[in-house]
Design a protein around this ligand. Structure first.
Ligand code: 6PG
Length: 490
């Protein structure tokens, strides 16, 4: 649909007939917002756009080329609202947190019954639930929508995770499925449940993303520090792995990153980057929610902790000075068998991390009564999002066959894959430990797996200790009920 550009001056605006109005609005023309707006426009939907700094709106529109015909730049919220055909769907793509509340407050008096505010940022799902509660009874509808895929995804097809009223989703479904990534023609967009379900799933997506990235970095660290390989020598290893079971976007970009040179120094770009990682919060929220629900997500937790420790550069420098260099394995080129172990170790770590992430979602699904569709989640992560991979197709197929699976590690196909891969994970974690190289996420994955398959663990001793100092009681293996030990009786 072609739409005339609306005037951004304060002169009285002539009422445009409904047919020429935009189908949807978008607030926030940062990297994600502007790319999403272009994506919407490209799919033939007229979109009214607004940014608090109007110069940005103007520049965005000027640079939009042919897509300008489907863009309506607006200078105020009121203008934006007036340019959208009611009932109006409006996407917020502003910084998570306070800015979202401010935009909602700003829109409330301008919107009418049945208009839909869609928060597409990386919101904490608890904020999303609070916003649902706040808008309850106002006549307005709220959708909390996770969008993954970075700049490229926003522009050409992200993975979209929707939470809120299903009926509200139905009203925007065609636009969302048009702009979403497609996996073999199937849109990577779905309604996942009420309230904060969409943002919760996006949070766990990011937690898994943190674990995936950390484990890749740990493997890179072994090749760099245990064997002294240069970035350019490590790149082909990842390139090769990308053709096999590890095939994924993150492995692909790792190879590309390792190949890139720094135009300034002429050295590999990755060698010129400070080893201090940023984080905006979603990985940490995954770990916090997992801990609050009592679901082990240790690979994700360690990935978050590794980023935090990476940021403590000064302390790490002091640590290196205090303890000296960690013992390192003798540098020599890795044998083919060792490289195969590395590949399988990464795969085993990945399986454990996904098992944890999906277990967290399963628990949240029952706690918040969402009925999260696990197979659908795996399906909409197969394209568009940062963790897209071949592995997710296997995962989706497994959940389709066994929707009630309690843990990924108990699904037949994964049992077979893990049986093949865990000995390698064990050898690599042992190698790293002896070489003094940190592999916290891989170690956590191994610890989780070994604990998961241990029929008789060691918590009997913990129970005895608890009973000893606090009379907390324990269960016996040979009779029901609560019991106490004979502590203190000599
Ligand atoms: C995605 C990403 C994205 C995330 C950035 C940065 O799915 O597109 O997860 O949502 O914001 O990757 O996140 P951190 O700063 O926490 O690494």
């Amino acid at each position: 649909m072609k739409v005339k550009t609306c005037k951004t001056t304060k002169t009285a605006r002539r009422e445009t007939p409904d047919m020429s109005k935009a189908e949807i609005g978008l607030i926030g023309l940062g990297v994600m917002g502007s790319n999403l707006a272009l994506n919407i426009a490209e799919k033939g939907h007229a979109v009214a756009v607004y940014n608090r700094t109007s110069a940005k709106t103007g520049a965005f529109f000027e640079n939009a080329g042919e897509l300008r015909q489907n863009l309506v730049p607006c200078a105020s919220l009121a203008e934006l609202v007036s340019q959208i055909k009611p009932p109006r769907p409006i996407i917020l793509m502003v910084q998570a947190g306070k800015a979202v509340d401010e935009q909602i407050d700003g829109l409330r008096d301008l919107l009418s019954q049945d208009d839909i505010i869609i928060d597409a940022g990386n919101a904490n799902f608890r904020d999303t639930m609070r916003r649902f509660a706040k808008l309850e009874g106002s006549g307005l509808t709220f959708i909390g929508m996770g969008v993954s895929g970075g700049e490229e995804g926003a522009r050409h097809g992200p993975s979209i995770m929707v939470g809120g009223k299903q009926e509200a989703y139905r009203r925007v479904e065609s636009i969302l499925t048009d702009i979403a990534a497609k996996y073999e023609g199937e849109p990577c967009c779905a309604w996942l449940g009420e309230g904060g379900a969409g943002h919760f799933v996006k949070t766990i997506h990011n937690g898994i993303e943190y674990a995936d990235m950390q484990m890749i970095a740990e493997i890179y660290g072994i090749l760099r520090d245990s064997f002294g390989l240069e970035a350019g020598d490590i790149a082909p290893v990842f390139e090769k792995w990308n053709e096999g079971r590890l095939n994924s976007y993150l492995i692909e970009i790792t190879a590309a990153v390792l190949k890139a040179g720094d135009p300034k120094s002429g050295k590999p770009m990755v060698d010129m980057i400070l080893d201090r990682a940023g984080q905006k919060g979603t990985g940490r929220w995954s770990a916090i929610e997992a801990l609050m629900m009592g679901v082990p997500a240790t690979a994700i937790e360690e990935a978050v902790a590794a980023r935090s420790l990476s940021a403590e550069k000064d302390q790490r420098l002091a640590g290196a000075a205090a303890y000296g260099k960690a013992p390192r394995a003798k540098a020599s080129s890795p044998e083919a068998d060792f490289l195969h172990d590395l590949e399988l170790a990464l795969f085993a770590g990945k399986i454990a991390a996904y098992a944890q992430g999906f277990a967290v979602m399963a628990e949240a699904s029952s706690e918040f009564k969402w009925q999260l569709p696990m197979a659908t989640i795996a399906r909409i992560w197969r394209a568009g999002c940062i963790i897209r991979s071949q592995f997710l197709s296997t995962l989706a197929a497994s959940f389709e066959a066994d929707a009630e699976a309690e843990n990924l590690l108990l699904i037949d196909e994964f049992v077979q894959m893990m049986k093949e891969a865990h000995p390698s994970l064990r050898r690599i974690v042992a190698h790293a430990a002896l070489a003094g190289l940190p592999v916290p996420a891989l170690s956590a994955a191994l610890g989780y797996f070994d604990s998961f398959r241990q029929a008789r663990g060691t918590a009997n001793l913990i129970q005895a200790q608890r009973d000893f100092f606090g009379a907390h009681g324990f269960e016996r293996i040979d009779e029901p009920g609560e019991h106490h030990g004979p502590w203190g009786q000599g």
